[in-house]
Design a protein. Sequence first.
Length: 960
Amino acid sequence: MDSWLQRELGLSADEAGLILALATIAIAFLGFCWRHRRKLTSGAHLFGRVSGSDRRRYGRWFRARYGKVRNIYLDRDEVLDLSATYISLSFQRRADGGEQGAGQGESSERTEAATTVLADRAARRILVTGDPGTGKSTLLKAYGTAILRPRGERGGADLKLIGRSRDIPLFVPLRFLARHLDGRPDGLVRYLESEVLAKAGVAGAREFLRQALDDDRCLLLLDGLDEVPDHRYGAVRDAIFEFCDDGGSAGLPTQRARVVLTCRRQNFKRIQPDWIPAFAVQAHALAPLQDAEIFMFLRHRESEFVRVNALSEDRAAAPRTPKDFFDAAMASETADLHRVPLVLTMSVGLYLSRPAYQIPRSVREFYRTMISHLVRRHDFPGSTDRKNRYDAEDKERFIREFALAMASRDDRFGDFVFDEMLEFAERLTRRLARVPDAESKDFVNEIIDNTGLFSRVSDAEEYAFSHRSIQEHLAADQLARDPAAGAAFLLERVGDSDWRQVVLFFAAFDHDHTESFVRSVGERNPELAGNCLSAGLVSDEVARPILDELLASVLREVTADRLAALVAAVRAPRESVRDYAARKVSEALTSPVVREHRGTLIADDREGTMRLIQALATTNVPSIAAQVVLLADLVAEDEHRLVGPLWSALSTPDMVDRQAEAARIIVLKLLSLAMDPLSFAALEQAPPHRPALVTTPVTGPALLRRAYPFDAGLDRDSNIVTLLAWAEELEVVPEEPTNRFFEAKEAGMLGRIEQDRRWTLSIAPFRPVRFLFLTVLGAALLAGAYNVVTDPGLLTRAHGWWTPALALVPAAVAVSVAFALSAFGYSRTAFRVKKTGVAALCLVYVSPRSVHRESPPPNNMLTYVNFNGVDYDGEVWFDRDTMLTWLFGVLVGLPYVLAALPLMDDSLVAFLIGTTALVWVAFWLPATRLFNRSRRFYLRKPNPFVDVYEDARSRHWLVP
């Protein structure tokens, strides 16, 4: 045997035996694994859940899938970054009576940033609505990407506002869910398992989902309710409610998931009764971009402007800048269109990719230019790099006719499969001169690959237009080729919200039936006709009856949508129509009916009112822009959002000359707003406005010096300095409450502050006190532990079992004094302000269920007890959380009590007084306003107003 093994296999007997033994062990191991495969699989899943590897795997998949967006105008991918794509979410929260925690008979409203809304764990069901292209899908994807970002990755400026979270975001396009539902129960759970978690490579999808639900970490992002076909809407609605039902779904506690649902605003109006209040109490609306947000968007793209200028072959041409683009966009008739993030993104791409590109003045020309560019961008005439084989006119005809055909199906603007595109192309190529019948498939593939107008939405060869508004414009363009038939087609659909945008696009085309079409729309829907006037070229004979009827409808029932339609007509192409619309807007806003219902208007439709204010401010008509002041004072909770419209209104040409009193009111309002850091930031982000009074060489510099006499402060080109110059010129002084800046100005000492500050002596106690606080606390912990370990009898020796109770007295007295002082506003932290440093040990967890809902709980326990322990009538009341907070305050003084416990053997009085003072001085005193981070004590103060640099309402005006 040995010789045979050596001869045939080259192995000794020992080597062969070792191999056989190893093979036997391997077979036995595989057999064991096979017999116990279920237990081993379950164990692997459990290990994955416990170790977090499943979550990390899912996070990587989510970020890879949704962390990039297709930049169709430049044919490249760019990382999704909220600093470039973030859209302000206007969150309207209204509390009536006790429902939201307000006082009886009161109602209160406030708005919050999108990041705040989506991060609010107390909000279990969130409805988000918005107009086409306002970024509903992008917001959900960006938020999910942000909370899953790896530790240490900061992201853009706005991503920093979103903290990393343990939440598991599950993104579900509802049009996909609609096709997946088959009438069986638990459809949404089955979709999450098979189409989301399984594709993410998560082992044990059901258990992964169960764990996320049990931990209250499941964040379900349902996108595009408006994209669900009508015949499948009921199934989708029922599946969502089944998932959210208290009974759960598929044996899982699905009711514990947080759910966010998005839908187009106009489409949602039709189905609103199905969702409010059954799903959520109200909807949260994405507002159009304000001027400041557009300008910030362009600043985030500044590197692209620099790159394009560097590559430009025309060295004599002036470089293109974000300011140039902004001015051109705002001067065009597409200014409102540029408030839509999708359109703004495409417009910037065209501006940067085409050296001779000028922003079209009309909506129609803008879309035509954009689509023409996308179709032809790979033509490269005369170059060997040409990627397009087929004629651009043939491709434009195909996408126009195909867009209308797909919109006319039962699914309307839904998805379609490649075979539908191919079948349509095969029918059409017979009428195309330059596309052979046999090349229909190549023709369609070139359109998909090179234009960027179509997006693949699944692995099953399913496609959709890159954005619905593109399909809507193409459908309107095709209908306008036969305007008589197109007008008849759309008039049958005037009342259908799905076709609203197509109606507006069709009215913008210049054809023989524009006037008759707009007139017919006015007979059916005056509000829609008013919006048509903003783009359609119609005569006074057609426009005036529509505007008269629209005004009459406003006076019958005041709504923000009707007023906004009236304001939209102020942008009509014909000057005579614009003037007539401006007169009607003035009549409406100054009428007793509208004045009487202004408050109700804002309460009933806050977002519509904000859109109305924005529309008024950007008409470039002084008499119309001046009407902003009639509504601005009523929007108290949206103050930072008012900055953009007010600044735009003040920037209206000839505003000060023609509407001096309104300009004074606007300046006064802006000054008051700018004292708040958030509103100040909005003002500084707004487009710069340099009126003649500050640019005139003779008087401008002197005016700026009088208004802002600080050389080491902000740049004199900043918006706040321009605003102060307006105030100086118009002799506007803010009313109470003012700030130290204007107090110094009134005292005539503003100009000396910067010089006098050099001779000022002051100390900032925050850092020394924090060091002392931590040092004494550490020493107390060590001393207390030493006393208890080395002499346990201390706890009972002085007064028996009364000793522990007496030992708690100093801590209880100290915290009670601290709470009492907090009632008079002496706590160092304010509501809704994040704490650091000294106050870190003053934090306490409080249940959000016990807090008045119109304001979140403050993080400082002193402020919390004062805030939550007093009701609206001023009567003190205590619930469980308040008492637990007080008890926690007693316990945090124990280290100092244990450290001083030996004093009780000598004198109880000395122990009580000394320990109370120690706990108060060492722990609670640093938590008062005396030791704020910005607090200073002045040893020498030659100018009483030098503390303007510490004033919370002035400091941001002076410190760059």
